[in-house]
Design a protein around this ligand. Structure first.
Ligand SMILES: Nc1ncnc2c1ncn2[C@@H]1O[C@H](COP(=O)(O)OP(=O)(O)OP(=O)(O)O)[C@@H](O)[C@H]1O
Ligand SMILES: [Mg+2]
Length: 221
């Protein structure tokens, strides 16, 4: 077998409305234009099996029928399916995976937001993910008021929470980035400015991660 360089696993994190989905789309475009093989996915979900757990989780959370520990169990169950069905096979093939959330979200939301046991979350990450952990975490750091103003709750019960919950999640994220939570490599991106300015920061960080001066083609915001 030829020696294929393993793909990179990059996690986009931040509260609802921080700009993750907007920036993951742009990042995937830029990396593809620069010759990298990339796919994008999201959590919870990303495969049919894991999306069914997403629906269950959101239904239980909306009805306030599940506590932090129960949510942790379901988030990690969904994550295990995603790892086995999508993430690991692609990384093995040399394809990089950009994900809209991974287990740092569990740390920020169920840990920071809801008082779940942080060391248990990290143990669950070890059990569920094994060696398949993000190579980098990009935190879209944003003020709670700005995130809430941009946020479109749709079917997501976590996005329907009040400013106090948002603030707890954001504080947890900042702390996690500061301490390279989970032994992961964190990069803080200022999510407050306009889409173009945020994208420039993302491109700079990705240039470092992929060790290539990424060129930006096409129309900019
Ligand atoms: N830098 C920005 N400046 C202004 N508006 C933005 C910026 N980034 C994203 N938006 C807009 O804010 C809204 C939320 O952005 P986006 O969906 O990317 O956030 P998200 O982090 O994916 O949120 P969620 O976790 O709820 O999915 C969208 O309408 C998007 O167009
Ligand atoms: Mg999104």
């Amino acid at each position: 077998m030829t020696n294929i360089e393993r793909g990179k696993y990059i996690d986009f994190e931040g509260p609802g409305g921080a700009g993750k989905s907007t920036q993951i789309f742009k990042a995937s475009e830029i990396l593809t234009e620069n010759g990298f093989d990339v796919i994008t996915t999201r959590e919870p979900g990303g495969t049919d099996s894991a999306e069914s757990i997403r629906r269950l989780l959101f239904e239980l959370k909306s009805g306030e029928l599940i506590d932090a520990g129960g949510q942790m169990a379901l988030f990690f169950a969904a994550r295990r399916l995603l790892r086995d069905e999508l993430i690991a096979p692609n990384l093995d093939k040399g394809v990089s995976v950009l994900t809209d959330r991974s287990y740092p979200s569990t740390g920020a939301y169920q840990g920071g937001g809801e008082g779940g046991d942080d060391s248990l979350i990290l143990q669950m990450a070890d059990v569920t993910m094994g060696e398949c952990k993000p190579d980098a975490v990009l935190l879209f750091d944003i003020e709670p008021e700005v995130a809430m103003a941009r946020n479109n709750p749709e079917d997501d019960p976590y996005d329907k929470k009040g400013i106090d919950y948002f603030a707890r999640v954001i504080t947890a994220y900042r702390d996690m980035a500061e301490n390279n939570w989970g032994g992961l490599k964190w990069y803080k991106i200022d999510g407050n400015p306009g889409i173009g300015e945020v994208s420039e920061q993302v491109t700079e960080v990705l240039s470092e991660i992929f060790q290539k001066d990424l060129k930006v083609y096409g129309e900019q915001y």
